[in-house]
Design a protein around this ligand. Structure first.
Ligand SMILES: [Fe+2]
Ligand SMILES: [Fe+2]
Length: 328
């Protein structure tokens, strides 16, 4: 893809970074990352992953068979998790609004914003088609939850800052990748696992794009980027946090091992932080060093909390297994 060269002007050293200056300074990196992304992102067809032969008419307008829980072949945990993942994907119009407002619609940034939106759109389509064709979840409940969730919209916690926004999406795309992948592994249906692995691969490429952008930000504005990373990591919330029943679903998803503190620490935060050498970076100013220390202390605390969670989870699962054995 060819994009018109952007006139870049480096800000004078005495001038503090603003979002507008950072967006301009990162434009060339965005163009390079966009071109790399377009080379590695292989076209794929969501319809090929949906077992349409399992589908049939529902009750209502077409007079087919109403949905019933016993029709679902996926595990109860996957039913909860698939709905959370789909509703999260469904809120794409709001995410598009947030990132188009922050990054703009022009030049390489704009091309990325639209391309990313198109790729994300495929995820909701594919998961919904799979759920309806296989009767994995209650379609009426799903539609009502989608209406409720999208009617609330999504407001980014990081709309005040370009660096916070980039830091957030770097972690969030990896969190989404892991949530899809683990949902597939726990689904009990190889076709579901195959579809979610494909989607997880897209999310991984999104993470790589934003992570590389964050790397460039750490180089050009180290103190500002370090502060943004620390604030984002210490206040991280999943994008679907506003959906109906999120807390309850999140608790079950945590116990079931799809996404919990241990996974968040080990498989989401640490890989990005390690890759960027965030905790080892030197040459920071006073505020950057302070943020780096704060981040290190936070991660130690999170690790300890995750260990406590692991112990509670193991005890709960052992009790459940004992209860199931006593019944049998
Ligand atoms: Fe997605
Ligand atoms: Fe994504």
């Amino acid at each position: 893809m060819t994009i018109a060269p952007v006139q870049r002007t480096a800000p004078p050293a005495s001038t503090a970074w603003t979002d507008a200056k950072l967006i301009l300074a990162l434009e060339e990196v965005v163009e390079g990352e966009l071109n790399r992304h377009l080379k590695v992102a292989k076209e794929w067809m969501p319809h090929e992953y949906v077992p349409w032969s399992q589908g049939r008419d529902f009750d209502g307008v077409l007079g087919g068979e109403a949905w019933a829980p016993e029709q679902s072949k996926v595990t109860p945990l996957a039913r909860i998790s698939l709905v959370v993942n789909l509703l999260t994907e469904d809120n794409l119009p709001s995410y598009h609004h947030e990132i188009a407002t922050m990054f703009g619609r022009e030049g390489a940034w704009g091309t990325w914003v639209h391309r990313w939106t198109a790729e994300e759109g495929r995820h909701g389509i594919a998961i919904r088609d799979y759920l309806l064709a296989t009767r994995a979840v209650d379609p009426v409940e799903l539609e009502r939850a989608r209406m409720a969730h999208m009617s609330e919209g999504f407001e980014s916690d990081n709309a005040h800052s370009m660096l916070h926004s980039v830091a957030y999406v770097a972690f969030q795309e990896l969190a989404t990748r892991i949530a899809h992948r683990n949902t597939g592994h726990h689904s009990g249906d190889p076709l579901c696992d195959q579809l979610l692995a494909k989607i997880a691969n897209d999310e991984n490429l999104h993470m790589v794009f934003y992570r590389n952008l964050l790397k460039a930000a750490l180089e050009i504005a180290p103190d500002e980027a370090m502060n943004a990373i620390t604030e984002v990591v210490t206040n991280f919330r999943m994008p679907g946090h506003g959906m109906p029943g999120f807390e309850r679903s999140a608790a079950q998803i945590a116990i079931g091992g799809v996404y919990n503190l241990r996974i968040h620490h080990d498989d989401v935060l640490q890989p990005v932080l390690r890759h960027l050498k965030v905790l080892e970076t030197t040459g920071l100013g006073g505020s950057g060093q302070q943020a780096q220390e704060q981040l290190g202390a936070f991660l130690d605390g999170l690790d300890a909390q995750a260990t406590k969670f692991d112990e509670r989870q193991a005890a709960l699962l052992a009790r459940r297994a004992a209860a199931a054995a006593a019944k049998a």
